[in-house]
Write a protein that binds this ligand. Structure first.
Ligand code: NAD
Length: 496
């Protein structure tokens, strides 16, 4: 067995032992081997991290920097991440079993987020408002200021990418950051914090990482008096809980939550592209993505041919070791998630769906987390499998014949994260895009995103937006300043 790498918490610019003695193992899901261990932190660890972040926020070496100086540090952060992209990609794959080829792509793109927000940081300016008060004898200007200390909580499926969606704009805004990564994937965040302070020169306390459980460390973080802004990515259930805590403490919360996205194939679609797009939507990343196109709506005139070809393509998917760049689908990230996926498949069959392909653990692969790409047909939109997020490689195929009813059914879900539309008719594509209730819509593509296009959910898929200038605004509050130019204050009893 390989040596186990043992980590401490990262607080105030250095690794420090946790206040608690309990620890959590980190396993490689491909073979179940334990390779790292991190502290299961405590509320005291959170106190220390929030104090460090508060101190860093109040010193003049971060929020107080001129935006161009902060931008320069963010560009250094980008370079350090670029230089360590291979190492970070390997950590990500060892934590959650995601393909090294995808993780390499993600890690090589993280620097772009920091460079983009560096440019936002130095080019954003305030406003002057032409107020009519006192016959125009008032000058009003608006400035933006950082909220302060951000408490961020992230999931396990794309750990550093989803952290970057928060960290890059929060730092650009001048906020400082306390991060609780997922218990399954804590190591890459600890290493990132180390790199950003040791090599990129972030001042101590700007980015702190406290590892541990959701109901202990996560709860202590969002309920901490010293936290000014909560930023969460994860399931809708936990997001609702965090939203309630934020409401109780009257702090703003950005919530990036689950999805049950429709991927719609019309009868005039380019079928080669649509099949690849459906595979991309639900089998890439082993279906463990918030924007998974898990409800595949296919026009009934092409449904038989489409399902036949989708099944053939799914049969060819190369499952295996995620460290091998040729592998197309790795394991599910951990056994509990594998069991959840299997339970959903069983429920679907009980409710009347047909298992067209997959659904089982292949017997020629190691560990206990592999699941074949799974295709269910005869799915109705009110079945559990079409309404609840599975977060696994399970495609539910539904058929349609009329566009208006299709739109009603596509929108008939609590979620509204994303949707795909496959058609060669651009008028129809735009009409349908307009009618769908989702924060991201792809026409003849699926699962693309980048730093300068906003991302977030309608309905129960979230509150707020990440990426783009909207992503920065989540970490800024505005201050309106009024200056009298008239030189006299007359009637004190009216609002004016
Ligand atoms: P999860 O909600 O179980 O956990 C997310 C994080 O919250 C983890 O760090 C966890 O430890 C923490 N947590 C759990 N209980 C908590 C509590 N009571 N208080 C504070 N923190 C708590 O989600 P997951 O299983 O890690 O990730 C999968 C989910 O994330 C899916 O629903 C997926 O759709 C969603 N997700 C959304 C996006 C998006 O951008 N919209 C992106 C990726 C994943």
């Amino acid at each position: 067995m390989a040596d186990i790498e043992s980590y401490d918490q990262f607080i105030d610019g250095e690794f420090v032992p946790s206040d608690g003695a309990e620890r959590a193992d980190v396993e490689f899901p491909y073979n179940g081997e334990t390779w790292a261990s991190v502290p299961l932190g405590t509320a005291t660890d959170v106190d220390r991290a929030v104090d460090a972040a508060r101190d860093a926020f109040e010193r003049d070496d971060w929020a107080g920097l001129h935006p161009s100086e902060r931008a320069s540090l963010l560009r250094d952060v980008a370079t350090v991440i670029d230089d360590h992209a291979d190492e970070l990609a390997e950590l990500e794959t060892r934590q959650n079993g995601k393909l090294i080829r995808e993780m390499n792509g993600q890690m090589n793109s993280l620097g772009d987020w920091f460079r983009y927000y560096a440019s936002q940081c130095e080019t954003r300016e305030g406003d002057t408002i032409p107020v009519e008060s006192k016959d125009g004898e008032m000058f009003n200007y608006v400035v933006e200021e950082p909220y302060g200390v951000v408490g961020a909580i992230t999931p396990w499926n794309s750990p550093l990418l989803l952290t970057t969606f928060k960290l890059a704009p929060a730092l650009a805004a001048g906020c400082t950051f306390v991060h609780k990564p997922s218990t399954q994937t804590p190591v890459s965040a600890l290493r990132l914090a180390d790199l950003l302070h040791e090599e990129a020169g972030l001042p101590a306390g700007v980015y702190n990482v406290v590892t541990g459980g959701g109901s202990t460390v996560g709860d202590a973080l969002v309920n901490h008096d010293g936290v000014d802004k909560a930023s969460f990515t994860g399931s809708t259930g936990v997001g609702r809980h965090i939203g309630k805590s934020a409401g109780e403490n009257l702090i703003p919360a950005s919530l990036e939550l689950g999805g049950k996205s429709p991927n719609i194939v019309f009868d005039d679609a380019n079928l080669d592209n649509a099949i690849n797009g459906v595979i991309k939507g639900i089998f890439a990343a082993t279906g463990q993505t918030c924007l998974a196109g898990s409800r595949v709506f296919v026009h009934e005139d092409i449904a038989d041919e489409f399902v036949e070809r989708l099944t053939e393509r799914a049969r060819d998917i190369d499952l295996g070791d995620p460290r091998d760049p040729e592998t197309e689908m790795g394991p599910v990230a951990f056994r509990d998630q594998w069991e959840t996926d299997r339970e959903y498949i069983q429920t679907a069959l009980k409710e009347g769906a047909t298992l067209r392909f997959g659904g089982h653990q292949p017997d020629d692969l190691p560990g206990e987390c592999f699941l074949e790409p799974t295709i269910l047909t005869d799915v109705e939109n009110d079945m559990t499998v079409a309404q609840e997020e599975i977060f696994g490689p399970v495609a539910s195929v539904l058929t349609f014949d009329d566009t208006d009813t299709l739109i009603e059914r596509a929108n008939d879900t609590d979620f509204g994260l994303a949707a795909g539309i496959w058609t060669e008719d651009f008028r129809k594509a735009h009409r349908v895009a307009d009618a769908l209730e989702a924060g991201t819509i792809w026409i003849n593509e699926y699962r693309t995103l980048t730093y300068n296009s906003p991302f977030g959910g309608y309905k129960d898929s979230g509150l707020g937006r990440e990426n783009g200038h909207e992503g920065l605004e989540e970490y800024l509050q505005t201050k309106s300043v009024w200056v009298d130019l008239a030189g006299e204050v007359d009637d004190p009893f009216t609002l004016g």
